[in-house]
Design a binder for this molecule. Structure first.
Ligand SMILES: Cc1ncc(C[n+]2csc(CCOP(=O)(O)OP(=O)(O)O)c2C)c(N)n1
Ligand SMILES: [Mg+2]
Length: 203
């Protein structure tokens, strides 16, 4: 490793010794603001996995960028130490595409909710998958518009009672996996409670 100045939030500037092995970042070094999610929210598990990933894969602050739209889940960039942007509702993907194309050396993570990804940002989702832009998109799908206090989202199940469907949702929910595969995403995986789309070989 060549000599370089490394910025860490806890330790300030560290000039590395040439040839010295850089230690993986710890959870303490990668965390930023205290998460403001409600107790018990599944979003915490995504954050916990993110910390593990950064540590295990030895990723460095200066090589990671996080981008999000608007929603509870989209507050993710505030909770981690990395380059980050909290952008417009549904517009995280076009913003992130610009980051990816200009900085292909970065590990780019995009975070958002089901409303952000499949509703207001649905069009961008299809085209980003089609273009196979290098990024990891994590959709934290809680089947509802959480931040705005419970409106029906595109993944809300039939009969779901919300502020916009007092008698229960009558529209068939979308199937995110089918949609992303048919749009051309190169890697798609689903877990509870999140849906992850990796649009290229990252990380
Ligand atoms: C252009 C625009 N339209 C509507 C809103 C209001 N709004 C903020 S978050 C949100 C939905 C968030 O739902 P989701 O993406 O599922 O995220 P969650 O809060 O569930 O994590 C809406 C409709 C907004 N901020 N901007
Ligand atoms: Mg949601």
């Amino acid at each position: 490793m060549s000599e370089a100045t490394i910025q860490t939030p806890q330790r300030g500037n560290i000039t590395s010794v040439p040839g010295a092995e850089r230690k993986p970042l710890t959870k303490k070094e990668i965390s930023a603001d205290h998460p403001t999610w409600c107790p018990g929210c599944g979003d915490f598990s995504v954050l916990a996995l993110y910390f593990k990933l950064i540590e295990k894969r030895k990723m460095w602050h200066e090589k990671v960028a996080t981008v999000a739209g608007i929603g509870c889940s989209s507050r993710f960039p505030y909770f981690v130490q990395a380059h980050g942007a909290h952008f417009l509702h549904g517009r995280a993907l076009p913003f992130a595409s610009g980051v990816s194309l200009t900085r292909p050396d970065l590990h780019l993570f995009v975070f958002g909710g089901d409303g952000d990804a499949f509703s207001i940002g649905g069009n961008h989702l299809n085209h980003t998958a089609r273009k196979n832009i290098k990024m990891t998109y994590v959709v934290m799908d809680n089947w509802v518009y959480g931040l705005t206090k419970k409106q029906t989202s595109p993944t809300s199940p039939l009969g779901f009672k919300s502020k916009t469907d007092g008698w229960g949702a009558i529209d068939q929910p979308i199937n995110p996996m089918k949609q992303l595969i048919s749009a051309g995403a190169s890697f798609v995986a689903r877990a509870i409670p999140m849906t992850a789309l990796v649009s290229s070989t990252v990380p």
